[in-house]
Design a binder for this molecule. Structure first.
Ligand code: PEP
Length: 680
């Protein structure tokens, strides 16, 4: 239930954030104006220059969109859910203030695409806040669409995509135009109040006086003439229907309202819309002037519409040589008509035919071929471009991410499947935890330890093979009582000579005669302190096998070799030098112990990943030499500061089949803790 609830909340948040981020990104100017409105409401109007508000708008859109996509794909689950929680924890009280104080009528959460009232916005945010709290409470319940390894592709691609959309829409015009002045819209129709629409309501109160006393009356209880009228006030009690376009007007410099004249003109009219001439971009003046000449030639009216004053208009004229007439229109209306300062609009019979940003003005020769507009494409209403734009977005954003998701999931499932197969195969291989007592324990202590272990493991059977390799002096005594079905017994070394005058040495045959079944050979301490070379070890392996001892053959690199990146080379040479001469049948009897020298007795353990990597490599070279079947059946142990705490992680790796344990094999409880790792 918890998982389902978190994932439903997560999808809801993803959809809302992606949607609101995207509509902001397609209209960065619109969001920048909204930021300006908020600042105005907070008494900080005009504090930030337009460049800053536009940048803030681009950043806000990118953050919202990216958080939405991260939530959808469950990328950086903890971070994303907390970031959204912070975002909503700031936005919800802010929108409550908007709803209560009503300083601006629309919060602008979804740009112009969906306009909500302030209370609707607040309730929407309250629901989202609950959803973010739920997700932030259990972020790890979100299932992934792409693996951790590949999530960087989604992260970077999303960031680049949404910034590219914003920048393009700033350079040109919003990709999708949700305003009442979009191409194809009829301005006059947008101004109409449909029949039967709700009418605004007003109420007038009258203040009258009699005998020095003032009282308020309405038209319904207006008193007789003994009262004297003092004052009246009228308030609007109901807004009534407000048409999408309600403040469009064009007034000439002489104060004549020519709105109807422009809108009723049966021909084409160019409107150069520049809310502020002071800050209007003047880099395409040549093109503008050419367009004006073209309009004059074909008798198309050409007006400049601005909210700027006479001085700014005169400055513009001086600077650009503009000959066209300038008229006054409300600033907000101009900013709503086109998100470009200046922008060019072509209308015919009040219908918006084309809109151009100052960066993308039409070229007379290329786009209009100097023909009258009636005869060229520019003069015709373009086909609906929304389906094409949606297709482009799908192609550039949705499809690549879908392809990535499919590839990633296929890769993960294949990996899971192969791993699973591998595990099944691995289970055929013997798991072993072997202790190496080294030169510790006198006879009595050693016997006591072996007895304790024997009793413990008889009472609680291990899930793997267990071996203890002890100094020679313990072997015969321990062999007497050890239950060798549960615990194998082994020596830590044997001689490289069969028998004879080798004072102090113990032969493989002697080891075998104690009742031991195993022998450790090639331990790094013997290689280093007793100068055992690959050739000597080769002899020892042969003699051990000749006497039916199972060899635990140690290999591993020094710290310097690991730092030089030579670990693979080293272990390969050690195998080639001492055991790769064996027949397949004899090699199958060998247990390999990979022990990085830098981890032995140092407390430093190779990470499970490091160990797995080299174990897999060792298995691969065994496969090269003896074939995959032999490699799959070879037990490879890990050794080097292995403890009960790190054993489960190490043993969980597919190529690690157990451990060769030094220090931690000297206490029954510690050793048992490692053995029990196979039970987890
Ligand atoms: C060892 O000597 O084989 C060994 C792994 O030692 P330790 O576990 O103490 O690092």
């Amino acid at each position: 239930m918890k998982k389902i609830a978190v994932n439903i909340a997560r999808l809801l948040l993803a959809v809302v954030f992606i949607g609101s981020g995207f509509v902001k990104a397609v209209d960065p100017m619109g969001t920048a104006y909204k930021i300006g409105d908020y600042l105005e409401a907070l008494g900080m109007g005009g504090l930030l220059p337009e460049l800053v508000t536009v940048s803030l708008s681009v950043i806000l859109a990118a953050i919202e969109f990216s958080l939405g996509v991260f939530m959808l794909f469950a990328i950086r689950r903890r971070f994303t859910s907390r970031a959204m929680l912070v975002f909503m924890a700031v936005m919800t009280p802010l929108t409550l203030w908007l709803a209560l104080a009503n300083p601006i009528s629309d919060c602008g959460c979804f740009g112009d695409a969906i306009v909500l009232t302030n209370w609707q916005t607040f309730w929407k945010n309250a629901v989202l806040l609950l959803a973010t709290a739920l997700v932030a409470w259990r972020p790890m319940e979100m299932f992934r669409f792409v693996s951790k390894t590949n999530q960087w592709i989604v992260t970077n691609y999303t960031g680049l995509f949404i910034l590219a959309v914003s920048i393009w829409c700033l350079y040109d015009l919003p990709l999708f135009d949700f305003r009442p002045y979009h191409i194809g819209a009829n301005i006059k129709e947008g101004m109409e109040i449909p029949e039967g629409a709700e009418q605004p309501a007003f109420e007038t109160t009258f203040i009258l006086q009699k005998d020095g006393r003032q009282q308020e009356f309405t038209i319904d209880n207006y008193p007789d003439s003994t009262w004297t009228f003092v004052d009246s006030k009228t308030v609007q009690t109901k807004a009534g229907y407000v048409p999408p376009i309600h403040d469009f007007s064009i007034t000439t410099a002489d104060g004549d309202d020519i709105t109807d004249q422009v809108l009723d003109d049966p021909g084409y009219t160019f409107l150069l819309v520049a809310p502020h001439l002071e800050t209007a971009d003047d880099s395409r003046l040549d093109l503008l002037n050419e367009l004006y000449e073209y309009a004059k030639e074909h008798s198309y009216p050409f007006y400049g519409l601005t909210a700027s004053n006479e001085t700014a208009i005169d400055r513009w004229r001086d600077m650009t040589g503009a000959d066209y007439e300038f008229c006054q229109t409300d600033e907000t209306t101009l900013k709503t008509i086109i998100r470009s300062n200046p922008g060019l609009v072509l209308i015919k019979e009040a219908t918006v035919i084309r809109k151009w940003s100052h960066n993308n003005l039409p070229q007379i020769e290329e786009d209009m071929t100097a023909l009258p507009l009636e005869e060229c494409e520019t003069g015709q209403l373009p086909e609906d471009s929304v389906p094409r734009k949606i297709a482009i977005l799908l192609m550039w954003f949705v499809l690549p991410l879908m392809a990535l998701t499919i590839a990633d999931r296929t890769w993960m499932w294949t990996k899971y499947f192969l791993n699973h197969q591998h595990k099944v195969k691995n289970n055929m291989r013997k798991k072993i935890v072997a202790g190496n007592w080294k030169m510790n324990m006198n006879l009595q202590d050693g016997i006591a330890l072996a007895k304790e272990l024997n009793e413990t493991l008889k009472a609680d059977k291990p899930n793997c093979g267990v071996v203890i390799c002890t100094p020679f002096i313990h072997l015969a005594s321990i062999a007497q009582f050890l239950d060798q079905d549960i615990i194998g017994l082994g020596a830590e070394n044997c001689a490289d000579k069969e028998k004879g005058a080798f004072t102090g040495e113990v032969s493989a045959e002697m080891v075998k005669s104690t009742g031991a079944q195993y022998v450790i050979l090639g331990h790094s301490e013997r290689r280093e302190y007793y100068k055992e070379t690959p050739e000597i070890l080769k002899e020892k392996v042969l003699l051990a096998q000749k006497n039916d001892l199972k060899v635990i053959f140690c290999i591993g690199e020094s710290l310097a070799e690991r730092e030089a990146g030579k670990q693979n080379e080293v272990v390969k040479a050690e195998l080639e030098g001492s055991v790769f001469n064996l027949s397949e049948e004899d090699f199958r009897k060998i247990v390999i112990a990979y022990e990085p020298i830098w981890a032995i007795g140092t407390g430093k353990t190779a990470t499970a990943e490091q160990a797995e990597e080299i174990h897999a490599y060792i298995r691969s070279i065994i496969a090269e030499k003896y074939g995959q079947a032999v490699a799959d059946d070879t037990t490879i142990l890990y050794g080097g500061s292995c403890k009960a705490s790190n054993a489960p992680e190490l043993f969980a790796k597919p190529d690690i089949d157990g451990g060769l344990i030094g220090g931690a094999s000297l206490k029954a409880a510690d050793f048992k803790g490692i053995i029990d790792a196979w039970k987890k």
